[in-house]
Design a protein around this ligand. Structure first.
Ligand code: HPA
Length: 266
């Protein structure tokens, strides 16, 4: 979605449908779209100029439709900077979402915990982030606002609302700071210690570029991490791949419930 051609293509496909909320679905959350009424599915591969998503478990579709009183557009799978994507591509995609009508940006991801206080298989509401990627999607020809404020990135009202839903549903929602590393390798135990010392609770390889562009575009942001594993060195046993998948599957089900209820109620 780097060019206006992609925007015009999307607008035509949406055929008068105006989304108010975008939901970025991380790995394992593709099933969320099953609850969307009257879905319009647009494969990323059909968008003029779109790169391919290469990570297994990421579907690579846009799915638009309604949940409750919201018109939503889901990004089923995302591209990552570690795939060689230019960060500016992300900025253009967010601008297109805004031009289509989006006001609220919900972002999900899989992340590693940096503390044994937040176990694998749980959910963490992001209350702030650290950009540790040494990249920025806003680099390039300046567009107003030139120096966007980042003091209140994750909307306090939406955080309160989803916390209340979690309580009602009996789902424990941890809260903390997400730090983005470039990847694609996982961290060493020494890096996990360092990231914790920097003030983060969970680490992942996505989300921050999208969120920076969403703030720049004036969108309200809600972010939730699926904690798929403890960071290296935090547990005595080595995580098997099956453990990680099992953890993601439990937490993803809870996250899908939370998001559905959130969109139905608010
Ligand atoms: N580190 C970085 N990114 C991740 C991790 C991790 O441990 N788990 C899921 N995404």
């Amino acid at each position: 979605m780097e060019n206006d051609e992609a925007y015009l293509f999307l607008k035509e496909k949406l055929n008068g449908f105006v989304p108010d909320t975008a939901v970025v679905l991380g790995s394992g959350l593709g099933d969320f779209t099953a609850s969307i009424k009257n879905p319009i599915i647009i494969p990323y591969s059909s968008l003029p100029g779109a790169p391919k998503t290469t990570v297994a478990g990421h579907k690579g579709n846009l799915c638009a439709g309604t949940i409750g009183k919201h018109n939503i557009i889901c990004l089923q799978g995302r591209t990552h900077l570690y795939e060689g994507l230019r960060p500016q591509y992300i900025a253009t995609s967010t601008e297109h979402l805004k031009k289509l009508g989006v006001k609220c940006f919900i972002v999900t991801n899989a992340a590693g915990s940096l503390t044994t206080n937040i176990p694998a298989g749980s959910l963490m509401l992001i209350n702030d982030h650290i950009n540790f990627s040494a990249q920025n999607p806003l680099i390039g020809p300046h567009k107003e606002p030139y120096f966007p404020d980042m003091s209140k990135v994750y909307d306090a009202k939406m955080r309160r609302q989803i916390t209340a839903i979690a309580k009602k549903e009996g789902i424990h929602l941890y809260e903390g700071v997400y730090i983005m590393v470039l990847g694609p390798n996982y961290e060493t135990p020494a890096e996990v210690k360092m990231l914790r010392t920097l003030g983060a609770d969970a680490v992942g390889m996505s989300t921050v570029p999208e969120v920076i562009t969403a703030v720049h575009a004036g969108l309200k942001v809600l972010g939730i991490s699926v904690i798929s594993n403890l960071g290296a060195g935090l547990s005595k046993e080595k995580n098997t791949h099956d453990d990680v998948l099992q953890n993601v599957s439990i937490a993803s089900k809870n996250l899908i419930t939370l998001l559905q209820k959130f969109l139905e109620e608010f």
